[in-house]
Design a protein around this ligand. Sequence first.
Ligand code: RAM
Length: 932
Amino acid sequence: MMRVLRCCLLCVLASMAFGTARAAEAPFALTAEYMTDPVGIDVPRPRLAWKLGFHERGAVQRAWQVQVAAAPDAFGSAPLWDSGRVDTADSVHVPYGGPLLAPGQRVYWRVRAWNGADAVSPWSVPAYFEAGLVRPAEWRARWITADPVAAKSAPGPAMLLRRQFRLDRPVVRARLYITSLGVYEAQVNGRQVTDQVLRPGWTSYDKRLHYQTYDVTGHLKQGDNAIGAMLGDGWYRGGIGFNGRDHYGTRRALLAELRVTHADGTATRIVTDDRWRASTGAVLSSDLLQGETYDARLEQPGWAAPGFGDQAWRTVAVLDHPKDALAGQAAPGVRRIMEVRPQRILRTPQGDTVFDFGQNMAGWVRLAVRGPAGTTIRLRHAEVLDKDGNFYTANLRTAAQTHRYTLKGGPGETWEPRFTFQGFRYVAVDGFPGRPGLEALTAIVLHSDLGVPNRWESSHPLLNRLVRNTEWGQRGNFLEVPTDCPQRNERLGWTGDVQVFARTATYNFGSAAFLAKWMDDLAADQKADGSIPFVIPDIVSRKKASIDGAAGWSDAVTVVPWVIYQAYGDRAILARHYGSMKAWVDHVARRAPDGVWNTGFQFGDWLAYQAPAHEARDYPGATTGKDLVATAYFARSADLLARSAAVLGKDSDARHYAALAARVRLAFNREFVTASGRVGENTQTAYALALRFDLLPAEQRAAAARRLAGAVAARKDHLSTGFLGTPALLFALGDHGQIETAWRLLTRETYPSWLYPVKQGATTIWERWDGIRPDGGFQDAAMNSFNHYAYGAVVEWMYAVAAGIDTDPAAPGYRRSIVRPRPGGGLTWVDAAVETPYGRLAARWDLRGGTMRLAVAVPPNTRSTVVLPGAVLEELSLDGEVPPGARQTGNDVTLRIGAGHYLFTYPWRPATPGAAPDGAGDRAAVAAALPK
Ligand code: RAM
């Protein structure tokens, strides 16, 4: 449980005025490998982190001390490890330094910290972490199944597996280690073992299969006990993607090991083996894409409890399947995150009864019904209604997203599906006994647990809704793996989508563990020649030894670790994936020996705006050359690799790849930039990529940004970019002297623009700029998802520039931050906050009556460079004075501050239009102001 310590600005100012420093409070929000009290992790030296309860301005941590013990009350008497006082400022990513944990061992830890005045805090509340089984050889359990040997599987009932056993001594500790081929739901003595769903989740199963560890001590008793598991098809053998089913195998199987410790110190193990029994029950079929069919009359009450008569159940087969891919789950699981009530029930012109939940989301519904046994209710799911108000499912392609529930009869029944999820806002109900009321359905939002979202709010309601829509896009698509969409027969970990969205994801929610888990899948599925499949986990090219890999998609291998490093300061992620990054860049270098990458398959600037024929004269085609896009990304990946090598101290690699990046940049200029500065096809994307990836010589950048602004003006302030150009567009403008154009684009409401879908009532981000056309018609049903987050990548700019919150790239993870808002677009205020590894970094600016007020909260143990836009040094006030150390930097004032709360006030003196410093000067001023 995270404790949030914040005091109001006034109390901080008051305590400073009276010289009373609030005593240092204990560190809080203790985590191991980003998780609170993780159980069953296979990381030998988990990295610990804590937040500091220091309140004074400029608070830093001078030293820390960690103690580790076997019990939360044993720190004093029998510590397993005591670090003693360690004089470093590190409070995140601190490697556990105690004795290595034995399989299944739990340790408790606590921490205290010394502040800058050398006052020590109280000890934190203890936290813990617990090792998993660590080595595959630890498992005594065997894979069991009741599925027949088959070349192809068919959709069929969920498998029930059970085993009854006796414990003749009292139980003091019990852990269930469990995983499956297919998805499972497990019970001990009739009680669920977890609130996570769709376990064991989705990984690149052949190479990495997560198992889960559950503390089931409270589930067991002396005497007769039972364990039961239900298995569905899931990602393993059910439908996912567009290529049918059986992606990993045809036989579902369970692997479970219950380890019990008794009061007398002895142990009992119950493992999956040939003593288990199998049956089927009410789940007649269940598929991620198709939905679930459930006949409640076929339930077997008590099937996972002791005393149940399983004589009629079948024996199981022991399956010869390896265990060497097993790995403890090191990422947040999928949970029921929230419930959404329906807003209304409508009757469509075609006669459907449709529940409208008011929000497009991923999850499922809970049904509450009373009626005669044998009645079957059908629930269909859709994202949108068509222009006539009818239920629209054509864009789901072959994903039926349909449940059928047959009542058992009686006093009222409630039901939720188990081994499926839907992308939907609307649910069509038929077969309901009587007229359903609003209470009949409740939507349940499912996704990998990312905690609470950060904050971005402003005076512009449509922009606020745009940010909410990207948060919903992330909720709907951060379900085990970062997917493109949660509804049609796809739902795949498309590398390009997360590549462009990753930084936004880290602004919206804490995403480190989720993305790091996926990077392990990506590394596992990388081909021997360094190429990276288009989707991860790779179910599309899994059987191929090599594939091409495409620019902007495969580059996820360099970009995503770099984003995690930037947002969370996680150097280990770079070390872990350095080999993969390098193999990819080397692969591209072989495909593009002279630096211009013009070979093989490319997606290019996927789904860029394309002008309809009748507009072609005013709006020439926006298509940017695939070779230009690919070469730009080649330079980008080589550059990120060089930077990563430098971070890791691999100096000769750093030089080698910096030189490669420089060569590719030269090649880009040679091939795509004319002497007078035109880039490629003169498209927005061409300039956006060239500027955002620093591909142009310094003296050409401002002119390129002017041309880009011209390309925007030529479209009457509309964008024309696709998946790859879009995230770069506003940065390319704003960083190079064209911030007004950036703001105009962001606040544009007509098609194509970010706010056009918002105006159309979108509650998520659409795959296409014109998913719903101005005339109410739809884009091509073959590719028209209404929950596809790629274009939502603009939120990165909204946090980093509009609100002005970013990490200093030289001290990533917000160890040093930059607060540099750049007001515009007619907004009168923006208020944003990001939960950084050190605590909450917040900035709020508002402009009233010509006065600018900027409130900043900087978390303890960090520093911030604040750039106050449109400020004159002598007119600036902090606590009634011109802050010491502040400097005039062009049209801004720049200063460095430590932790604490600050309120800056000054008369707003924006640069006169046209007199804005040109791009190069603008950037140079900020670069010069940053600490070295
Ligand atoms: C479609 C989706 C996905 C994209 C690929 C290339 O399947 O739009 O988001 O990454 O194409």
